[in-house]
Design a binder for this molecule. Sequence first.
Ligand SMILES: Nc1ncnc2c1ncn2[C@@H]1O[C@H](COP(=O)(O)OP(=O)(O)O)[C@@H](O)[C@H]1O
Ligand SMILES: [Mg+2]
Length: 281
Amino acid sequence: MTSLRLEGVGFVYPDGTRALTDVDLAIEPGERVAIVGQNGSGKSTLVRHLNGLLRPTEGRVLHDGEDVAGRRVSALAARVGIVFQNPDRQIFAGKVRDEVAFGPRILGRSAGEAQQAGLDALTAVGLAESIDANPYDLGYSRRKLLALASVLAMGTPVLVLDEPTTGQDARGIARVQQVIADVAATGRTVIAISHDMRFVAETFGRVVAMGAGRVLLDGDPAKVFAEPTWPILASTYLEPTYAARVGARLALGPTPREQDVVDALVRQGAAIDPERTILPD
Ligand SMILES: Nc1ncnc2c1ncn2[C@@H]1O[C@H](COP(=O)(O)OP(=O)(O)O)[C@@H](O)[C@H]1O
Ligand SMILES: [Mg+2]
């Protein structure tokens, strides 16, 4: 397992664009961390520092307390697997089965082990029946899941997902949520960038909000989406979840349960039929 630490990290792209300023962040094994913030706030730049794809122009990045400055990307990638936002910049094989076995092979697994790891990852994302397909015969949402499977198959101690729910329907989102829960349950770390605040609030134990290359908020979802932070969220173009807004109006806090909302409305005189079920059994 790998603990991650950024100390005073700043980053300026070669063209002079400053993307990160004074970022301090420590992430322990087994944490589920969402990174949120408006476009251009530095989320992707930040996660690329975790596996050495980018090197800080100020400050340090540490794995298990050791500065990674001298380590090669190939060594760091064995610890931190990143699923990029655009699957088509990641997928390269002509067969799904080769795509998912490639990562484990690179990490030194035998052909048999790599095949099994690939199949397990495909099963986890619901693509086992597509194992003989050509990746480009799959639709966009399935290519996203394939890109996730190909990194998941590597079994890295840290899994990073850049916008994993883009293009997914409710079932695809549930798949992604299950993968995240399963990975975290084995003590590994999951970090995801997302614009979907409901997915974030329901899936992650910690939320880091970024704006203009800095960390603006860092805490559990109840804290980050609580009413006092709304002006800060708005400054990086984020809205609190629908549940948090309803909870605030009914004085139930940022993570109200459906039953508490109903009870509060009934107390205020709403005519709600207690027998009426919303979802089919
Ligand atoms: N390759 C690059 N060269 C120069 N500037 C870049 C590059 N990639 C990103 N940037 C800039 O760095 C800042 C942060 O971008 P990014 O990390 O992609 O943000 P986010 O992922 O939050 O949308 C933005 O101002 C963006 O325009
Ligand atoms: Mg990005």
